[in-house]
Design a protein. Structure first.
Lengths: 326, 326
DNA sequence: ATGAAAGCGCTAACAT
DNA sequence: ATGTTAGCGCTTTCAT
């Protein structure tokens, strides 16, 4: 009767009222542990974030909550601040608490942890990116084709030597972005070289590579940066070195959501459809939970648009070293 | 033996190894639901946020995680996006899942929900602020005395008519800030009037009140704004109306953490010791859980420092209408 | 239709 | 010291 099936079982309204009143009197609180233990279902999913910065997790959760909607399932967020050991503990904890499924923005080096989760029978889906070599685990991510928008923009401004700054992070989307970058340049009739792609070891920092390039021969006139955190680092690096940013070198990047960008320093960026990513991820996880038989593949969330900020501009004509258009 | 009490029980290393191997073989996963049901303890606490924006939740969680440290307790974050009904569902869910305690940044109008939580026997502590009239529920919050720093700053710049912009939000810290503001002005020998305190209905927006004031007689030369979200609104309002911000009117505010401020438009703000707030809150909740007998009172987290941005400057001398210093 | 009983997986208490 | 059992609170199943 406390299940809300009163009408269906033809119980008088009066009785229902009485029971509900009694329940309130004794302060009755259903025990979700007992229920979960019995039903083998907790109506909770875990959402694992490395951090809650820059509104990213906020927007993801908007999508997740929207998708879950009136469903009884509750998203439980955990956050490990990039600490691999903590991530492991949190994942174990979620699994032991028998969440119905897990959404996880993965760390690069967590392969065994993620495998462990699925081995224990908990549906897992990656959010945003996926470690390479874990193709059996599905992933909802932003379509890397969006890279094209930024490259087009730089090409339209006359840039011909564009250097890609990324991170050596062993993830599939990260790699896919490099391919799109490469293809975009080739489609434009350029012949990018292997050395135009510089990978640093973290996804926040860029090394000194960019400065050396600028001081060398045939310096790039623009950088395409894989993650916006890195772009901010680059901007500051250039600023400290006295390189004027839109004038001498342009910077375009990926992943800024409209909100975080308008609040921050105005990078030219391709905005990510973050809410949609969250929604798609939740939707697919729920279907994995409902129908464990068919495994979804990797799926891309399309969308995003170029936000032209103050870090891109036409090629400086002052230096005659630039090669002409083909 | 799976409890890690092997040494203490003098079980041979070999046996331990064998058991662990067996456990791995059968893919044994302890069931936290059963354990929680039996022990009446889940080693989980709930953390309830209205939103995950601006790094605030991020920094709070740094403090919480630091404090929980090696303890087995896991913080489960939920986020309701300001939706009161969703907050109610999430709180119920946490209670029914028998979390050991709850940290909650409260909404203004959630009194009955919060009361309900404690009536069901779950330790609850408010984070950052507390609804008025719920003094039985403890609260960890930033010491409102920090308001003084901002007011001092404005006074030192020569401002004598400073208007307080806050929100009618029926919370204790919010009110305390007004008192500190008032006292700071009195201490400086000024006689603030009731009409120098303007309250709007939301904590993000300011009405048109500020503009009207500026156009009226004896206009203020500075605003002290209770929350930084409001300060941003005010800044834009003034900007749209063509009022130059540091030149004609100064704005100082509260609550910006160093990070979010440096990324955003450079408001003059008093930075909040957000990580410490998180730590203090977690620490006190844990002690409430361990010793349910003595209830902690409200406690303030001290700290924070003035970050002088680009929205405060000396009083414009152009208008002779300003009263002289007493 | 209604009620009784079994059992989910664990641990604390008890008995050996 | 070691093994056994009862029971946490719920739902499902089986018997009436």
């Amino acid at each position: 009767m406390l299940n809300g099936k009163a009408a269906e079982r033809k119980i008088s309204v009066e009785t229902v009222q009485r029971v509900l009143a009694a329940a309130k009197d004794v302060n009755y609180t259903p025990n979700a542990l007992a229920r979960g233990l019995r039903q083998k279902k907790t109506h909770a999913i875990g959402v694992v974030f490395p951090h809650l910065r820059n509104d990213w997790a906020h927007l993801i959760m908007r999508g997740v909550v929207e998708e879950l909607g009136a469903s009884e399932t509750v998203p439980m967020i955990v956050c490990h601040h990039g600490d691999a050991e903590l991530e492991a503990r949190l994942l174990r904890s979620l699994v032991e608490r028998r969440v119905d499924g897990i959404i996880c923005n993965p760390l690069r080096n967590g392969m065994d942890r993620y495998r462990d989760v699925v081995r224990r029978g908990v549906p897992l889906i990656f959010l945003g990116d996926a470690p390479k070599g874990l193709d059996e685990i599905p992933c909802s991510a932003w379509d890397p084709a969006a890279v094209h928008l930024a490259v087009e923009h730089l090409l339209a401004l006359g840039h011909r030597r564009i250097v890609y700054l990324g991170s050596r992070d062993n993830r599939v989307i990260s790699e896919a972005r490099r391919h799109v970058f490469w293809d975009s340049l080739r489609q434009a009739g350029l012949s990018p070289s292997r050395r135009d792609i510089i990978l640093s070891s973290t996804s926040e920092d860029v090394g000194d590579g960019p400065l050396e390039l600028l001081r060398g021969e045939n310096p790039p006139t623009a950088f395409f940066v894989e993650y916006d955190d890195q772009a901010v680092s680059l901007y500051q690096l250039l600023d400290d070195a006295g390189v004027a940013c839109p004038r001498n070198v342009s910077i375009a990047t990926m992943g800024g959501s409209p909100r975080s960008v308008s609040a921050g320093c105005c990078l030219t960026t391709v905005s990510a459809p973050v809410v949609d990513e969250g929604r798609a991820c939740a939707q697919r996880l729920m279907s994995m939970i409902d129908e464990p038989e068919h495994k979804p593949e990797r799926a891309y969330v399309h969308g995003g648009s170029l936000l032209v900020g103050q870090t891109t501009g036409p090629v400086a004509n002052s230096k005659p070293g630039s090669r002409g258009t083909p």
